[in-house]
Design a protein around this ligand. Structure first.
Ligand code: SF4
Length: 399
């Protein structure tokens, strides 16, 4: 546990200096650090000064490390040159809910299919959804398409050069807008993803738990980036890489860290305990049936899901209504008269943002006229439909 003595300091309690300084946290032993901080805090009350933080030294260390050790990624241009906004935007949207190793093949596929923003804007939405399959969060894919079309129609195919203009685009939140602004436009911007949150929580030993502490972590990040024109894009990417490669959630490699001399958590030996997290909220559980239906030719029947809602507009296997685990499941009326073989042992589980779902597969060989909303596909071509991961799991258990 973190000692109660180490309460979170607010950015206002630290004297952020940009000019040459002789004192950083790391030059003090744990004991003298505590004494120094205690002294500084009381001095701060008298003199209006606080614990000192060397912004220039911190940024210089991040930049130098990034230029030597930062990751080479397909959408990156190192050395301060502006990157291609289309590639950066695409990579940021794809990587939002996945890791770089998982997301990079998707990025490469998208960029080879649609090399420019204009190509992506011209592509049919179902082609984008099909190639997005497996990444989840399909609203992102729809926003990706909407954003490409919007930039083509209203901005002449160029991403706006202001933060406000970027934030106004479909599917672009404060983080992605700041990333594009810093990396592509080389403008000062505070870029805070999960990696940067972790680094900030450790550098400043923020013991308030996430997500409550997000605001203060952003304030710290702002202190280090607002108004800074010294390679804002490389600094932002350096911070992301530091969190991904060195300041990792478990076993941070403090011995290799370029900013260990600035790190309060290291000085206090509490790095691995940070960031603290609030206890997880238990997600509600839902259940339903999913139907593996064959027509008289042995082809699999599927549907196009309604445009709004989960997997909107995508190909999917028919399902019953999804109900709470305490409610009983029923088959839809459309299946009346069909012979349904239920396979409870082949159930699949899937975790969504707000709930967990268990689907029980049911096998049907359709008797009579097939409803017009169901389409057919040969079994060996089911993978070509671009089914969402949930339904891909079903196709695997129904081999
Ligand atoms: S010294 Fe350790 S805890 Fe601190 S920023 Fe570096 S890697 Fe993270």
């Amino acid at each position: 546990m973190i000692s109660a003595q180490w309460v979170t300091m607010r950015p206002s309690e630290i004297n952020f200096r940009e000019k040459v300084l002789s004192v950083t946290f790391g030059m003090l032993s744990d004991k003298s650090l505590k004494a120094h901080m205690g002294q500084s805090m009381s001095e701060s009350k008298k003199k209006g000064k606080g614990v000192i933080f060397d912004i220039n030294g911190f940024r210089a260390s991040i930049l130098s490390w990034y230029w030597q050790k930062g990751r080479d990624l397909p959408w990156r241009v190192k050395g301060g040159a502006p990157a291609d906004p289309y590639a950066v935007w695409l990579s940021e949207i794809i990587m939002q809910q996945t890791t770089i190793p998982m997301g990079t093949p998707y990025f490469l596929k998208f960029i080879s299919l649609w090399p420019t923003l204009a190509d992506l804007a011209d592509a049919p939405l179902d082609a984008i959804l099909k190639h997005w399959a497996g990444l989840g969060y399909y609203a992102r894919a729809r926003n990706l398409h909407a954003c490409a079309r919007h930039v083509m129609a209203h901005h002449g195919g160029r991403f706006p050069e202001t933060l406000e203009g970027l934030k106004a685009l479909p599917g672009i939140g404060p983080y992605t807008a700041s990333a594009i602004h810093a990396i592509c436009h080389q403008k000062p911007a505070t870029v805070v993803d999960g990696n940067v949150e972790r680094v900030m929580s450790r550098i400043f030993a923020v013991s308030d738990p996430l997500p409550k502490s997000k605001k203060i972590l952003i304030q710290y990040a702002e202190k280090l980036s607002v108004g800074r024109t010294d390679h804002p894009g490389d600094y932002a990417q350096g911070m992301m890489d530091l969190g991904a490669m060195i300041c990792t959630p478990r076993l941070p490699k403090c011995g290799l860290c370029p900013v260990s001399g600035h790190c309060l958590a290291r000085a206090q030996n509490i790095a691995e305990q940070l960031p603290m997290k609030s206890p997880k909220i238990v997600k509600p559980k839902k259940q339903g049936y999913v139907y593996w239906i064959k027509n008289k030719h042995g082809q699999i029947l599927y549907e196009t899901r309604p445009p709004k809602g989960l997997f909107g507009g995508m190909a999917g296997l028919p399902t019953s209504e999804w109900v709470s685990e305490s409610d009983s499941m029923t088959h839809p009326d459309i299946l009346k008269g069909q012979k349904i073989i239920v396979h409870p042992g082949r159930h699949v589980r899937h975790v969504f943002t707000h709930f967990e779902l268990t689907l029980i597969p049911c096998e049907i060989t359709w008797k009579g006229l097939v409803p017009s909303h169901l389409k057919s596909v040969d079994r060996q071509n089911v993978a070509e439909l671009g089914l969402a991961t949930l339904f891909q799991k079903v196709t695997k258990v129904m081999k």
